[in-house]
Write a protein that binds this ligand. Structure first.
Ligand SMILES: [Zn+2]
Ligand SMILES: [Zn+2]
Length: 288
């Protein structure tokens, strides 16, 4: 096999998704062509694991009691992944485009990874390559987003329904809206005793770090419809949590997270609902 024909798992430079290996790059990236994303301003560009590894590395960091992984310099959507303690090992929540031998060794030295789970297609990135590098871990992805998987693998376990208990302390939650299969992770008793929520960007922690918001598209600013937002509210209402860990570095609400989320639902619904339909007295029609 010549180097030219060796299949490569091409990675989209804008969204960071890795595709099923092929000799030539895919013709387009459906993740970026979707109205929730965008094609890079310079046109569709592809990279490879090798090329990405020459310019970026996986950075481990402690953030508010949780170990996070992210790429430095930033790449793609610049999300972070989390290591959540899971019966002596760790659950890897979310994923990154770059897999390096150094990062794999670091994970093994920290006790290893038990399984992976990912919130939605924007963060699927190189999930299959990560799973393989860590010994063939199961990857939990919600069934409703099955068609968004760009690199199929028997490692991917499509889960269904509203919740999946991974352990006594860790629960996957179906939080549809941004994507039909958007998911969150509820860590009932950690990193602090009050628990925490990892909502991906089904609920996105905003810059004031005291609220979340709900968008169908974040880069293209398409709000999520109110009925879906009410559905999210119903899904998180039964949960207890103090902290909310958002999609990227530093984006977290520490303390009183449940109240912050409740208030954010009210704020959002007020912002997208006309005064007349909120039940206020209707304004008289213009005279004349
Ligand atoms: Zn893309
Ligand atoms: Zn997203």
């Amino acid at each position: 096999m010549t180097p030219e024909t060796k299949p490569i798992g091409w990675i989209c430079e804008t969204c960071g998704t890795q595709y099923e290996p092929s000799a030539e790059p895919p013709e387009a990236c459906p993740v970026c062509e979707d109205e929730r994303q965008y094609v890079g301003w310079g046109g569709q560009r592809w990279t490879t694991m090798e090329a990405l590894g020459r310019k970026a590395s996986v950075h481990f960091q402690e953030e508010e009691g949780v170990t996070t992984l992210s790429l430095r310099p930033a790449f793609g959507i610049d999300q972070r992944a989390f290591l959540i303690p899971d019966r002596g090992r760790s659950l890897m929540w979310e994923c990154l485009s770059l897999v390096t031998p150094e990062a794999v060794a670091e994970l093994e030295s920290r006790g290893g990874v038990s399984c992976m789970a990912i919130s939605h297609p924007h963060f699927y990135t190189s999930m299959v390559e990560w799973s393989d590098a860590l010994g063939g871990l199961p990857i939990y992805v919600h069934e409703a987003d099955r068609d968004w998987v760009r690199r199929p693998s028997p490692r991917i376990r499509f889960w269904r329904g509203e919740r999946l208990e991974l352990s006594e302390d860790l629960v996957l939650l179906h939080l549809p809206g941004h994507f039909p299969g958007s998911a969150g992770l509820w860590w009932k008793r950690g990193p602090r005793s009050g628990g925490s929520l990892f909502p991906g960007d089904a609920l996105q922690v905003v810059m004031d770090r005291r609220h979340v918001t709900f968008m169908y598209s974040y880069p293209n600013a398409i709000p999520l419809r109110p009925s879906a937002v009410r559905g999210l509210h119903r899904a998180v209402t039964p949960l207890q949590f103090d902290d909310v860990f958002g999609f990227t570095r530093g984006r977290q609400i520490i303390g009183q997270g449940k109240a912050a989320v409740d208030q954010s639902f009210a704020r959002y619904l007020a912002a997208v609902t006309d005064v007349e339909s909120r039940g206020a007295a209707p304004q008289p029609a213009a005279m004349g």
